[in-house]
Design a protein. Structure first.
Length: 247
């Protein structure tokens, strides 16, 4: 065992008291399971384990890290459910769990993360509905749920995410119509809905999305016409559906 101070170890940062505040070990070929003992690092602000070979489940003990600002476990081989206890990380700003093999439903407790700016759960094997509690994350700018097996309807509560810039729900099993409340997202830049089972008419309220730069819809069953306000260069796939602008 090394006798060097912990703060000199690779990827480890400590404060003036010697408490670990940052553990940044991305792309280090780490294998095995995430040790639950990490949950005892009460001063930890950033846990970055992206792009390793980690397997097994996400330890529920990570929910004890009340000072955590950023949690990134993306691009590993993690399995099992997302622990509901992560919903207690009240200071969390970014939660990146994408590109794993996580299963089960999105815990509604994640709606308690009211300081969250980015939620990336894309490219897992998540099932069930998108919880309406996600609409409580009023500071959210980035929501990526694409590439899962999520079903049911798009919750209208997402229309409360007034700061949202990027919304990707593509490549799931979503049904029903696009909720008209999505038209409230006036800061939205990207709306990705392709390859679901959505249908019906595109709500005219989406014409309020003046900042929209891309709107991906192919692989659904929309009918009717394109709201006149959606005159953006990024609507080629709508044209492929044979839809014209509303008059």
């Amino acid at each position: 065992m090394t006798m060097e101070p912990i703060g000199t170890w690779h990827g480890v940062t400590t404060d003036e008291l010697g408490c670990v505040t940052h553990l940044e070990l991305q792309d280090n070929r780490l294998a095995g399971e995430i040790p639950p003992e990490l949950g005892s690092l009460s001063s930890l602000v950033r846990l970055e384990l992206t792009q390793n070979w980690l397997s097994g489940g996400i330890p529920a003990e990570l929910g004890n890290l009340k000072n955590l600002f950023s949690l990134s476990l993306s691009i590993n081989q993690l399995t099992g459910p997302i622990p509901a206890k992560l919903g207690g990380l009240s200071r969390l700003f970014t939660l990146y769990l994408g590109f794993n093999q996580l299963t089960g439903e999105i815990p509604p407790e994640l709606g308690n993360l009211t300081n969250l700016n980015g939620l990336f759960l894309a490219h897992n094997d998540l099932t069930g509905h998108i919880p309406g509690s996600i609409g409580n994350l009023e500071g959210l700018e980035f929501l990526a749920l694409q590439g899962n097996m999520l079903g049911g309807e798009v919750p209208p509560e997402l229309g409360r995410l007034a700061d949202l810039r990027h919304l990707s729900l593509a490549n799931n099993r979503l049904t029903g119509r696009i909720p008209s409340t999505i038209g409230n997202l006036e800061k939205l830049l990207d709306l990705e809905l392709e390859h679901n089972m959505l249908g019906g008419e595109i709500p005219p309220e989406l014409g309020n999305l003046a900042n929209l730069r891309s709107f991906s819809t192919r692989g659904n069953d929309f009918v009717g016409c394109i709201p006149a306000g959606l005159r953006t260069a990024a609507l080629n796939d709508l044209a492929e559906l044979g839809l014209s602008y509303c008059t």
